[in-house]
Every structure is written in C-alpha cells, then in structure tokens.
Design a protein around this ligand. Structure first.
Ligand SMILES: [Zn+2]
Ligand SMILES: [Zn+2]
Length: 254
C-alpha cells in the first residue's frame, strides 16, 4: 500500500467543480493563462490522472496554438477562431480548466450556421520548435492569391470556379451578397458581365450566405486543399505557410 501512495491513477473522466463540467480524454478545453490579461489557452485533453487518493487531479494536455503564438505570427488568411494543433504537451492542474470548447475541422467550421464563443477550427498541425506547418502548402484564391480565411466573404466565378474577395473585384460586400451570377473579368466580356453579374434585389442574404466556400478533403479533416477550388487555367495555386519561407504564391502544374 505504501507504494500506491505515490502512484498516480488514470481517470476516465473528471468533473471540474467550479464550472460543473465533466471532462474526458479527447475533449477540448479552455485553460486559464498565468497572465490574466491574455486569452484562455486552447488544449486537447489527452489523459486525466489523480494521486492514489483521487485528489490532485492533473490533465495531460496537447496545446493548440493561436496564430499570434506561432513563430510566424498571425497572417491575413488566419481566421479569428483558428488554432494549430501543436506538438507541445504539458501537465496542468485540472482546476485551471475554465470551460470546454470545440475545435472543428475546417470543413465543419465553414458549415456552422453560427460561430459561438466555444467554436474554433484547426487546419494545420504546428511544430513548436521549428515553426513548420503540416500541411505546409495551402490553396490560394482570388486576384490577390490569398488562402481562404473563413471569416471573409468570397464569391465564386461560374466560369473558372476561382473565388474572389468583393473588394478585389471592386464590389462592396453588400453588392456581392446580392449577386445571383458572377463571372470574373477573365471569363467575361463587358457585355456578358452586365448580363451575368446580375443583382437580384429581392433576395435577402443572411450571414449564412456569406460563407459560400466549403472546403472538402479526402478525410474531411484539416486539409485545406479543395477540389475544383484554387484552380485556374488547369493549375492549382498554392502558397507556402512555413514561416522560414517567405510568404509567396507558387504555381504547381498538374
Ligand atoms: Zn482577393
Ligand atoms: Zn472566372
């Protein structure tokens, strides 16, 4: 029995009393930062353990990094609720858990009707020592050749299937919302544009319509590559997201 005193026990679940929430391995949680002026840390619970008396409960966590916590910092294409699954593990007291949250795949996040406080998404794994991302390339869209930021409205050209930011095609978001058909400059003559880029004034677009881009991947997970998207003139367009490489567009022939 004396041995068991110093031994640790693995728990299947634990109820964090101050938030009245039960956590289990696999759950995503928000954890109190040591600096209270900072945003809560996002982590995935890998395991829960206590001492032999069932007290002093600790969680083994895998941290999610926010873009600003990564070596490369936040970029324009990072969503406000984007986090990266890091290779950084830790033990933390279960009492530092402030709440539960949900880290969606990019695909399921882009399909949410409404994004709540507890909703985040992850499309990259992040190596905290090298700053490298996996995958390290991401498809780009629009004239500005930027990866998709799910917070931004984009419209799709019915000719080339590329996606465009309203501001990059001299439109206001409100005008873009009312578009019934859209052909980009490359895909239409001036006459066709007038015809095709027609506005349907009676259509009431809500915020859901602001998310026309839904990215698919083979496994439905964090892969940002998407079929029929980011493809122009038979070429996929990508940019590199690894920080040691400058952020630039790269063209990959099929
Ligand atoms: Zn653009
Ligand atoms: Zn086009």
């Amino acid at each position: 029995m004396s041995k068991a005193k110093t031994g640790r026990r693995t728990l299947d679940s634990y109820t964090v009393k101050h938030i009245s929430k039960t956590i289990r391995p696999g759950d995503c949680v928000l954890m109190r930062p040591s600096d209270s002026s900072k945003a809560s840390y996002v982590a995935r619970v890998e395991a829960i353990e206590s001492d032999s008396r069932g007290t002093n409960v600790r969680v083994h966590v895998r941290w999610y990094y926010r873009p600003e916590e990564s070596i490369g910092g936040r970029r324009q294409f990072h969503g406000s609720k984007e986090v990266f699954l890091s290779d950084h593990f830790d033990f933390q007291s279960a009492d530092t858990i402030e709440g539960k949250c949900k880290v969606h795949s990019f695909k399921s996040y882009s399909k949410l009707d409404a994004v709540g406080n507890e909703d985040y998404f992850c499309r990259f794994e992040y190596n905290s020592s090298t700053g490298a991302f996996n995958p390290d390339r991401v498809a780009v869209y629009c004239k500005c050749e930027m990866p998709y930021n799910p917070d931004d409205l984009m419209v799709q050209c019915e000719g080339c299937s590329d996606w465009f930011h309203p501001t990059c095609i001299d439109m206001t978001p409100e005008e873009a919302q009312r578009l019934d058909h859209f052909y980009c400059l490359d895909c239409s003559s001036e006459d066709q544009k007038k015809l095709h880029n027609s506005h349907v004034s009676t259509r009431h677009a809500d915020m859901k319509d602001l998310k026309p881009l839904q990215l698919e991947s083979e496994n439905g997970e964090a892969m940002p590559f998407a079929y029929n998207l980011g493809k122009k003139g038979g070429e996929w367009r990508y940019c590199l997201v690894s920080l040691e490489l400058a952020f630039y567009a790269l063209r990959t022939p099929n």
